[in-house]
Design a protein around this ligand. Structure first.
Ligand code: NAD
Length: 499
């Protein structure tokens, strides 16, 4: 067994005193004025410098991500590369998306010239998860910074060094503390929610999201919620079976299944179901979890998740589900994995599991599994598939394999994002908004929506000349009211030929 994780750096000190959070927010507020004042061009120059620092040091950061999460080095480098792509897009497009522009007037307000622009909230609090400790928080951090905000970032307590590395890299590139880190667990996240930040971007489980929202409600602090998911991949009768199976296995097993937009359920048309199952079994049988450099999957990063995955699989198999890959047996000691277990603990290595005949009502049908487990179900047609996908409370990502009806099926699925004839494709395109509906949250990172998420719309109406008929005064009398009513009726009322 590799001893690599034994060399993982010790966790950063935890901020027991929530006063440290207040200090960070105050410092961020000071530097935010400078950051906003240098404008889009000044920020782009510095953010591009940050991109270069990240890209030049990608292997160092990937090694740190591997040390803290256990994921393969290549997977860590992939998420960092995508995060850099997003940062570059955000800094380049912030002026055109957020900058001031004229908007049209109307016949009734022809004396007014109007503009809209998107101004930074001020200081954004970002609370991140551990599963993609660079890509996920950077979806909020990069877009918030490009919009002119300062950011106070609380990384997951499982990935504090990765979070600090990002902040140090920013400092190297920019030279001022516009991005700061506060370290710790739930209590520090809670303190950040209460700290007076102007908006809070949260990514994590749906259960924690509810707590975050309740806390932020007390101060009417707006929140962005990127919650959990239970993503499905559906295969139509005309879908490419081999491509769908490969996508299902990579989408479901990569990062040991610890992906918010990972595939957890496959629904295949009865005409191709047997072929889909056979292809998935073949693909999944070649995937191996381990701690060595050749392993496809690393360990389960969050110790308590081992028990949750195991509980869901046992619940399904005891109700009649069959494990066609992975025997549904977990490593010795899996039930006893405690919070102090090391990443190198063999009990945290879960080999891929493919389940069929899962009984309806099983936990695994509706709850996020967050492990390398996929269920494959037969459906008689795509109406049944769409209904099954839409029956869960989550609505984050999804995938459709169909030669003829992909886009149409995609639009019927209640999820924020859908890939057609590929998997997770939407995450790598900076122009596409990323986020969910229902139990998966609300608000968007990435794309123009992601830039606007961290700014507020500022509307300005400037009077160009005094209108012949003014309505915003107390001198207005029946004559003016009459003219106004006539104008509204002429513009919007039923025309004689419409009667
Ligand atoms: P988690 O909810 O346990 O923790 C997320 C963050 O919230 C951590 O930094 C944690 O310290 C903090 N936190 C915990 N309690 C808090 C509280 N009361 N107040 C404020 N902050 C608090 O989630 P996790 O285990 O770190 O991450 C996995 C979850 O994240 C999965 O459900 C996954 O689907 C989800 N996720 C979603 C996305 C997305 O974009 N939608 C991306 C990645 C992960």
């Amino acid at each position: 067994m590799s001893t690599e994780y034994a060399d993982a750096p010790a966790p950063a000190p935890v901020a027991e005193d929530s006063g440290l959070v207040g200090e960070a927010v105050a410092l961020a507020r000071e530097t935010q004025s400078w950051w906003a004042a240098i404008g889009f061009a000044g920020r782009r120059h510095l953010l591009d410098r940050w991109c270069r620092d990240l890209a030049d040091n990608i292997d160092e950061l990937a090694a740190l991500v591997r040390a803290e999460t256990g994921k393969p080095h290549g997977d860590a480098a992939l998420e960092i590369g995508l995060a850099i792509e997003h940062l570059a897009w955000a800094s380049k497009h912030a002026p055109s998306v957020l900058g001031r522009r004229r908007v049209g007037s109307t016949l009734l307000a022809f004396h007014v010239a109007a503009t809209v622009e998107y101004l930074p909230y001020g200081v954004i609090g970002v609370i991140g998860p551990w599963n993609y400790p660079v890509f996920t928080p950077m979806g909020s951090i990069g877009y918030a910074l490009a919009g002119g905000n300062a950011v106070v970032f609380k990384p997951s307590e499982l990935t504090p060094r990765t979070g600090q590395w990002l902040v140090d890299s920013f400092e190297r590139a920019v030279g001022r503390p516009v991005l700061l880190a506060v370290q710790g667990g739930p209590e520090v996240g809670d303190a950040l929610c209460r700290s007076g930040v102007d908006k809070l971007g949260f990514t994590g489980s749906t259960g924690t999201a509810k707590k975050v929202m309740a806390t932020c409600a007390k101060t009417l602090t707006p929140v962005l919620i990127e919650g959990g998911g239970k993503d499905a991949l559906i295969v139509d009768e005309d879908g490419d079976v081999e491509a769908a199976a490969a996508a299902a296995v990579w989408g479901g097993m990569s990062n040991a299944g610890q992906t918010c937009i990972g595939v957890e359920r496959v629904l295949a048309h009865t005409a191709v179901y047997d072929q889909v199952v056979a292809a998935i079994v073949r693909e999944a049988s070649t995937v191996r979890a381990g701690t060595d450099d050749e392993a496809d999957l690393g360990p389960i990063t969050l110790p308590k998740q081992v028990g949750i995955i195991q509980e869901q699989v046992i619940d399904a198999t005891s109700g009649g589900a069959r494990a066609l890959v992975g025997d549904g047996q977990f490593p010795a000691g899996a039930t006893g994995v405690g919070p102090d277990s090391e990443l190198s603990d063999p009990a945290r290595l879960i080999q891929p599991v493919v389940l069929v005949d899962t009984p309806s009502g099983a936990l695994i049908q509706t709850q996020e599994t967050f492990g390398p487990v996929i269920t494959v179900d037969r459906v008689s047609d795509m109406d049944e598939a769409v209904a099954a996908v839409n029956s869960v409370s989550y609505g984050l990502g999804s995938a459709v394999f169909s030669r003829r009806n992909g886009p149409e099926l995609a639009r019927r699925i209640r999820s924020g994002m859908t890939s057609v004839n590929n998997v997770i494709g939407f995450a790598g395109l900076p122009e596409l908004p990323f986020g969910g509906v229902g139990g998966s949250g609300f608000g968007r990172i990435h794309g123009a929506d992601g830039l606007r998420e961290f700014c507020y719309a500022k509307s300005v109406a400037t009077q160009r000349f005094t209108p012949p008929v003014g309505v915003t005064n107390f001198e207005r009398r029946a004559r003016v009211d009459g003219i106004f009513r006539t104008a509204v009726t002429l513009l919007h009322g039923t025309r004689p030929w419409q009667r």
